[in-house]
Design a protein around this ligand. Structure first.
Ligand code: PRT
Ligand code: ZN
Length: 285
């Protein structure tokens, strides 16, 4: 039977979340510690463990059919692959930073400066768009120390909390790209592999929808039912059952995570009692 090959980061910031995503889709595989590849027991998928920088190229070549990688790495690689969906984790930004003590009025201040980065393509594009002529020093690691060792006057690197910049005496002056993990696909996927990808996506989507919603159960006096139901814009109309307690009903519905607490407060002050909120594992509609 045909299988799809999924490339994920072997060890790094995206590894754990990538594995979690596979697990949430109820796909399990043998302990893969130290291995390059493993096949799932219960889904036609093989998982390849690679360095993140290699993932776009492998997906372009078809060594892997799909992959999970940071959008920053994808765009910098300039490989020809399709972006299937953003995954909502691994969020970060690519920014230009300069020593804290150096004054900064605006992007024109970067003219004639040297900037160290591992993202020359993204940086060049940004500088060109902003008509800045700066020198780009491509280095592969520890970019943040470049100004203090006199290699460059600024850097362009990934920032998440900002603490690396802070501890290296740097300040963020331009944000040039914002990134998160994305699912990518080879451009010439066979129909059989596309079908497997669709199944994988279906599971992923139902998990993602489930995370955005909660199951709510509550008791309400019958005269307040209409008002309470109007506060519950669920997927469809809520289930209402009468309780043994005279004049009361039990209401079951699905409630979105967004404005969740506000909605609960309104429901409670409308007269609901015994409000029970439960996580949803999968949600299909
Ligand atoms: O070994 P391999 O090549 O696979 O891994 P890697 O070391 O190249 O990548 P890794 O694991 O560091 O990051 C993988 C992906 O995670 C990146 O491509 C981004 O898409 C995403 N990501 C999210 C980050 C960060 N947050 C992040 N904070 N990647 C890197 N960093 C680094 C950044 O380079 C800087 O050194 O963390 C430091 C800044 O963090 P703060 O929190 O101090 O601002
Ligand atoms: Zn890397």
């Amino acid at each position: 039977m045909e299988k799809i090959k999924l490339a994920i980061q072997k060890k790094g910031r995206l590894s754990e979340k990538s594995l979690e995503l596979i697990d949430e889709c109820d796909i399990s595989f043998p302990n893969s510690a130290g291995r390059l590849m493993t096949a799932a027991y219960d889904f036609p998928i093989e998982i390849l463990f690679l360095r993140d920088d290699d993932i776009p190229g492998y997906v372009e070549d078809g060594v892997a059919d799909i992959g999970i990688v940071g959008e920053n790495v994808l765009v910098e690689s300039a490989k020809e692959v399709d972006l299937v969906t953003k995954l909502g984790f691994g969020r970060c930004r690519l920014s230009i930073a300069i020593p804290r003590g150096v004054a900064y009025q605006g992007i024109a201040d970067l003219n004639g400066k040297a900037i160290a980065t591992s993202y020359p393509r993204l940086l060049r594009k940004y500088l060109t768009e902003n008509q800045v002529h700066a020198e780009i020093h491509e280095i592969s690691g520890s970019v943040e120390i470049a100004p203090s060792i006199g290699l460059a006057e600024g850097i362009c690197d990934i920032v998440s909390t900002g603490s690396t910049l802070l501890s290296n005496g740097l300040k963020e002056v331009e944000q040039i790209f914002s990134s998160e993990a994305v699912l990518i696909r080879n451009k010439n996927l066979s129909a059989a592999k596309q079908e497997i990808l669709d199944k994988f996506m279906f599971r992923m989507t139902s998990v993602r929808k489930a995370k955005k919603n909660k199951y709510i159960l509550l008791n309400a006096p019958n005269e307040k039912l209409e008002e309470i139901i109007s506060l519950l814009p669920g997927l469809s109309s809520p289930t209402v059952q009468s309780l043994a307690r005279e004049g009361w009903s039990s209401v079951h519905s699905v409630i979105q995570d967004q404005d969740f607490w506000e909605k609960i407060e309104q429901i409670k002050s409308a007269g609901a009692e015994g409000i029970l909120i439960m996580p949803i594992e999968k949600l299909i509609y």
